[in-house]
Design a protein around this ligand. Sequence first.
Ligand code: NAD
Length: 320
Amino acid sequence: MKVVVTRKIPGNGVKMLQDAGYEVVVGEQDGPMDRAQLLEFIKGADGVLGQLTDKVDEEYLNAAGPQLKIVANYAVGFDNFDLPALSSHNVIGTNTPDVLTEAVAEHAFALIMAITRRIVEAHKLARTQSSSFGPEVMLGMELKGKVLGVLGLGRIGSRVAEIGKAMGMNIIYYDIKQNPDFEAKVGAEFKATPDELLSISDVVSIHVPLLDSTKHLINADRLKMMKPTAYLVNTSRGPVVAEAELVEALKNKVIAGAALDVGETEPKWVPGLVELDNVVLTPHIASATNEARSAMGELAAENIIEVLNERPPKTPVKKP
Ligand code: NAD
């Protein structure tokens, strides 16, 4: 059987597939494959280990052919999957939950600390070699005693809440599902609407999946509900935040700042964003640790091996 891996990945994932006896072909290109290349590359594959930049839809499934049994996404988010198309082609979709939770939560916190303590601005200033200690130089916000609002208390959101708690923050959250066990464990407080959360948080960290119901969850109206001293951090998916409306809010000091790992039109940011000082940006690297990226490849490979042996995969995607 043939398994294709649409982009080079770190760790043992590819070796696991080779050891299982498949013909394994790895895309050697730099960056994501363009669409025509991808459709050609997956032709005849029984399994694909694919990237979140690969849109898996009717066209993709037709291009792969009827022998295709599994597309293993190298990501926990699977908004690149057309789920009805997968099920009508009898193709199983899998993702990589849990193994990247720590990496993403730690990155969310790195962004929270970078924006509230102005680390990137201070780094630029230090490199000018013209500034040193000053009572009013680079004042930021402390986290202890502040309110951390977690939007989406799933695997990653809960871990971010735990880290916030350890730093002395008061945790509130909004999710479509309330989690009384977590509330008791961490002392977190549930808010019945995102609006309520936004109006009292000092830091808002977003961890919802990208769905029709979460697209532009944060827009101009919701940004206006936030405190002018508050910060927005997004490590979920770009389109959850209306990025152009965020730029206006940042320019007009509607909120104090924003830190983003994901954008609406990656790798580009909307015009005006990169020039702002009250912004910290990273290029979709929240899961980019050696530990997480290796484990993601291994879990994706395990899923492929299970399905090609006609066993259930470890982590099938489910309709949200
Ligand atoms: P998860 O499924 O465990 O958690 C998502 C939570 O969001 C769930 O608790 C769900 O109930 C909640 N939710 C769904 N719709 C909602 C809505 N309309 N309003 C409020 N809450 C809602 O997923 P996870 O493993 O925590 O991952 C969360 C997301 O983070 C992924 O879907 C992915 O898009 C993103 N992510 C990004 C990176 C990155 O590199 N930046 C890495 C990993 C994950």
